[in-house]
Design a protein around this ligand. Structure first.
Ligand code: SIN
Length: 479
């Protein structure tokens, strides 16, 4: 297991000599002592990335693709080890961690190919003596600040497009889950990625590390996945050196079920969307809007399915729902449920912390609440936990109004068989991602990102690589 900073192609201790303990949220067991990188280490990593940039950007895209593709293969080769590490540090069930390894690898594979298609343009000039060209050039060193809920995939989703575009990168992984990022760095070195192209600085003092990404002219792009509050701080910090930022921030996804929906599919979709990673994903359904005609049947079926979920240590056989990442996470879930109940919601199943033998106090029983109203906290704020609040609606326009009545706009879902309604809703829902009869829309080849307080920029798809490219207009007098 690698536990030191990865800077300039070598694993090195933090310059302060300090370490911090990574613990399994399921049982508080120490997983590893990890180098506690700080500002000095972040500066060294930025310097390494800046030094590696000229050679990496000048490497042909077809050559840059080779270590990325090889890294994909190595991730598949070591999938079981990576999944186990991921499960230990973030608590998710092993089956989900295995899926995450494959999902994470898919970004590297896809961008290894996409990097070969960074085409320019020629523009017909008004002056026959001129030739007008548009080049797309890698913007410089990039930085990525990644979250704990997908310790593998959120690293590769930022790393794939950056490196394929010809940028170098410094990754600051979440302090709860640095081990997966360090494991990826070791595999990247084995895959032949040149020294300095990828650097990883784990550390407890995220603000000090992030500040080093904005205080110089080398880092030209910072990508962040995390809360809207932190996203706003980074956006402000980006102003001084006018650094481009991509922000994938909080979500508050509506999951809308119409009377004409395939109810089996809607319940299966609700389970997949809501309870993946114990509800700790930015795109997971946060509130269920169900049309009156199917409301009771939906609640009944959802309650039965949720009540049957197996809660436990992510590494234990059969676990479907693991712990919350930390005490604050489980306290927030508890507060949302208490608020809903105090305002008249009914607990159909769950509603309290769950006891897991030998486990921590961070498990929350998968919960269904009915009788939820728009004034309740769970209907207005992101819960980030295994709670499904259900609210009835009458008409399509009611559903649309309720769904859009939020400053967030990452993902929204609808279940219906009416084609015209699908198009109307897809056009009018104020969300960056709309899943139509599809609870899991994210994929390497499509743009992922939000509107309003859910962020700026896109990851994935051909749009994702644009974030790392500068346009250079060339006006060439030829005669
Ligand atoms: C996220 O929670 O932000 C990522 C979810 C995904 O990629 O499916």
């Amino acid at each position: 297991m690698h536990t030191n900073c990865f800077i300039g192609g070598a694993f090195v201790p933090a310059s302060s000599g300090r370490t911090f303990t990574v613990r399994n949220p399921a049982n508080d067991a120490a997983v590893a002592e990890v180098a506690d990188g700080g500002a000095a280490d972040a500066r060294a990593a930025v310097a390494a990335a800046a030094a590696a940039f000229p050679a990496w950007k000048s490497t042909a895209a077809i050559e840059r693709a080779k270590p990325l593709r090889r890294l994909t293969e190595l991730m598949h080769r070591d999938a079981e080890r990576l999944a186990d590490l991921c499960s230990q540090e973030c608590g998710k069930p092993l089956a989900e961690a295995r899926t995450e390894v494959a999902y994470g690898a898919s970004f590297l594979e896809w961008y290894a190919e996409e990097g070969k298609r960074v085409y320019g343009e020629t523009i017909p000039a008004s002056d026959p003596a001129k030739r007008l060209l548009v080049l797309r050039r890698p913007c410089g060193a990039a930085a990525a600040i990644t979250p704990w809920n997908f310790p593998i995939a959120m690293v590769t989703r930022k790393m794939g497009p950056a490196l394929a575009a010809g940028c170098t990168q410094v990754v600051k992984p979440a302090e709860q889950t640095p081990l997966s990022a360090l494991a990826i760095a070791a595999l990247a070195a084995e895959a032949g990625l040149p020294a300095g192209v990828l650097n990883v600085v784990p550390g407890m003092d995220a603000p000090a590390i992030a500040a080093c990404f904005f205080d110089n002219l080398h880092v030209r792009h910072v990508s962040f996945t995390g809360s809207t509050e932190v996203g706003r701080i980074l956006l402000r910090q980006s102003a001084d050196n006018v650094v481009r930022v991509s922000l994938e921030l909080g979500g508050h996804a509506p999951f809308i079920v119409f009377d004409d929906a395939d109810l089996d599919a809607a319940v299966a979709g609700a389970m997949a969307s809501k309870f993946r990673n114990a509800g700790q994903t930015c795109v997971c359904a946060n509130r269920f809007l169900v049309q009156r005609g199917v409301h009771d049947a939906f609640v009944e079926r959802l309650t039965a399915a949720v009540g049957a979920l197996k809660v436990g240590d992510g590494r234990a056989a059969g676990t479907q729902v693991g712990p919350m990442i930390d005490d604050a996470g489980v306290a927030k879930v508890e507060a949302h449920v208490a608020d809903a109940v105090a305002h008249g919601a009914q607990v159909r199943t769950g509603g309290t912390r769950a006891q897991v033998p030998g486990g921590s106090s961070r498990f929350f029983a998968p919960t269904v609440l009915s009788g939820v109203t728009p004034s309740m906290r769970c209907f207005r704020e992101e819960t980030f936990g295994p709670v499904a609040p259900v609210c009835a609606f009458e008409t399509e326009s009611d559903a649309l109004r309720m769904a859009n009545d939020t400053p967030y706009g990452l993902a929204g879902y609808l279940y219906t068989r009416d084609g015209a309604r699908i198009m109307r809703m897809a056009e009018e829902l104020q969300y960056g991602i709309v899943g139509v009869n599809d609870p899991l829309p994210a994929t390497a080849q499509a743009p992922f990102g939000g509107v309003k307080h859910s962020g700026l920029g896109r990851e994935g798809g051909h749009q994702g690589i644009e974030e790392y490219l500068d346009l250079r207009y060339v006006s060439w007098r030829v005669g």
